[in-house]
Design a binder for this molecule. Structure first.
Ligand SMILES: C[S@@+](CC[C@H](N)C(=O)[O-])C[C@H]1O[C@@H](n2cnc3c(N)ncnc32)[C@H](O)[C@@H]1O
Length: 248
């Protein structure tokens, strides 16, 4: 079974005009891969790309880059995008295999990424000391800061309480303000929301989905001033969303 999956992966990726090999060769030049010059958004850990394909298809005026570290998962993403765009070929979406822990090799400030999506990343238990691998860990947020456009946003979804609580702290520590937050995305009325594979799985099990939008504040903001800002409302089981989000 495993061999068959591997055998299918590489031919699928080789034949795909919107799968990008050697991603670091495009550092600072991602916009050139697209037919139209328009805002660029990045999904990290896209998995099978279920929501990626829907979102990109619905927003032709945005260019999307979706990355994951696992190639056979990306081959499934490509298959899902083929189906979502058929009979056309995606012109505003590319996939690439990138380990987000080394994402600084792949993107630079010149790429002008306006928004990052992180949906249902591996929670990495804090007690097991693997938490530095979290895609929202400060070590990661500092890397994202280096290529996110001024005022850029991170849209983060998870079902995991501990990861969400820690991530709110990480975002504040790294100079992001929480622009929108809900502990029950599907009851919040937030729209549009493109439901990912894991989101469908967990909400199908009756779990509420945490969601926040973190907006990057300028580096120049002195730490003292940030400390004096109104504290971010803490997430509680029945908290109302804060917002409204700037969806432009
Ligand atoms: C639980 S899945 C979520 C997939 C999808 N976002 C969803 O919501 O259905 C987590 C995904 O993150 C990817 N991932 C984990 N660590 C990563 C890293 N360091 N760099 C890139 N992708 C990573 C995994 O390969 C996996 O596909």
């Amino acid at each position: 079974m495993r061999m068959r999956r591997k055998a299918w992966t590489e031919p699928k990726l080789d034949a795909c005009p919107y799968f990008i090999e050697a991603p670091s060769a495009h550092r600072g030049q991602w916009q050139a891969l697209f037919e139209r010059q328009q805002p660029v958004m990045l999904e990290i850990g896209c998995g099978k790309g279920v929501s990626t394909a829907q979102m990109a298809r619905a927003n032709p005026d945005v260019n999307y880059i979706a990355i994951d570290e696992v190639r056979h998962v990306l081959a499934v993403s490509v298959r899902n995008a083929d189906a979502a765009y058929a009979p056309e070929t995606p012109k505003n979406l590319v996939f690439s295999a990138v380990d987000a822990l080394r994402i600084h090799d792949t993107f630079s400030a010149v790429d002008g990424i306006r928004r990052i999506y992180i949906s249902f990343p591996n929670p990495w238990d804090e007690r097991a000391k693997h938490h530095k691998r979290r895609l929202t860990h400060p070590r990661q947020l500092e890397q994202y800061r280096n290529f996110l456009a001024p005022g850029g946003e991170i849209w983060f979804k998870t079902d995991n309480d501990a990861l969400f609580t820690a991530s709110k702290r990480y975002f504040r520590e790294c100079g992001f303000e929480i622009a929108f937050l809900t502990d029950d995305l599907h009851a919040s009325g937030f729209s549009p929301n493109y439901i990912s594979e894991h989101e469908a799985l967990y909400s199908g099990q009756g779990k509420a989905i945490h969601f926040l939008i973190a907006r990057m504040l300028p580096r120049e903001t002195p730490p003292k001033q940030r400390e004096n800002e109104a504290p971010c409302p803490e997430s509680t089981g029945d908290s109302a969303p804060i917002g409204p989000p700037d969806l432009s």
